[in-house]
Design a protein around this ligand. Structure first.
Ligand SMILES: Nc1ncnc2c1ncn2[C@@H]1O[C@H](COP(=O)(O)OP(=O)(O)O)[C@@H](O)[C@H]1O
Ligand SMILES: [Mg+2]
Length: 209
């Protein structure tokens, strides 16, 4: 089973958005997918609750992992681990131990970039990352292209020896998908085409795992 963790101590940067949308990408591709929600706010599980109302979209297993030692069902191909905000130290280490891949979303905002400096420094101290047991990739999220702050974010992330996999633009499609329990890949293609292509490098990088 491939395990992909979406984690950043900063709230609101896109952990749940990335976990849920990637879950649909792989489920639509015929994989058996689980979302393990480590956040007591249960945003991923709420999203799956909305998804249950739909016919004709592939099932995704939801696992409440905020309490106790939850595991995905036998035969699961891929698990998306949705981390809570505000975690550090031992909690970060414990989640890293469960993941072979880590995606870290960062927003183009001074507050988020300062917080990311601390969080990435903590990650780079982890033996899992330095030994290459957990691969790490960055995602710039909620980007408005051609803004000064987006270029500042790109320059900031380029300082690290960690690949910047893609940027996801600020788009109402993510809000719509979050509301309805779908992924952007499951919305009308004519509406989501500019968003969908931005995931190609992420999927390609994950496939190289
Ligand atoms: N690229 C995006 N465009 C528009 N809204 C977004 C985007 N990414 C996330 N959001 C919205 O921002 C809010 C926070 O995102 P979320 O994924 O819940 O963050 P986290 O799980 O890190 O706290 C949510 O309302 C989500 O729908
Ligand atoms: Mg979340």
């Amino acid at each position: 089973m491939q395990t992909i963790l979406c984690m950043n101590a900063k709230g609101g940067c896109g952990k749940t958005t990335i976990a849920t949308n990637l879950a649909t990408w792989f489920a639509d591709d015929g994989k058996r997918v689980a979302v393990m929600d480590f956040d007591p706010q249960r945003s991923s599980l709420d999203w799956l609750g909305a998804r249950d109302d739909y016919e004709g979209v592939p099932d995704i297993e939801g696992i409440d992992a905020a309490h106790g030692d939850a595991r995905a069902a036998h035969g699961t191909d891929l698990a998306l681990l949705d981390a809570p905000s505000g975690i550090y130290g031992g909690e970060v280490t414990q989640l890293l131990r469960r993941a072979d891949t880590l995606l870290v979303p960062v927003l183009p905002s001074p507050i988020d970039m300062r917080a990311a400096t601390r969080f990435i420094a903590e990650l780079l101290k982890s033996g899992r990352i330095s030994r290459g047991q957990t691969r790490i990739g960055l995602i710039a999220n909620r980007v408005r292209e051609n803004t000064r702050i987006y270029h500042a974010l790109e320059d900031f992330l380029a300082e690290y020896d960690i690949p910047l996999l893609t940027h996801l633009r600020e788009s109402q499609n993510y809000i719509r998908a979050a509301e309805t329990g779908l992924g952007i890949f499951e919305l009308a293609p004519s509406q989501v085409a500019p968003d969908v292509v931005q995931w190609d490098p992420v999927v390609a990088w994950l496939a190289r795992g």
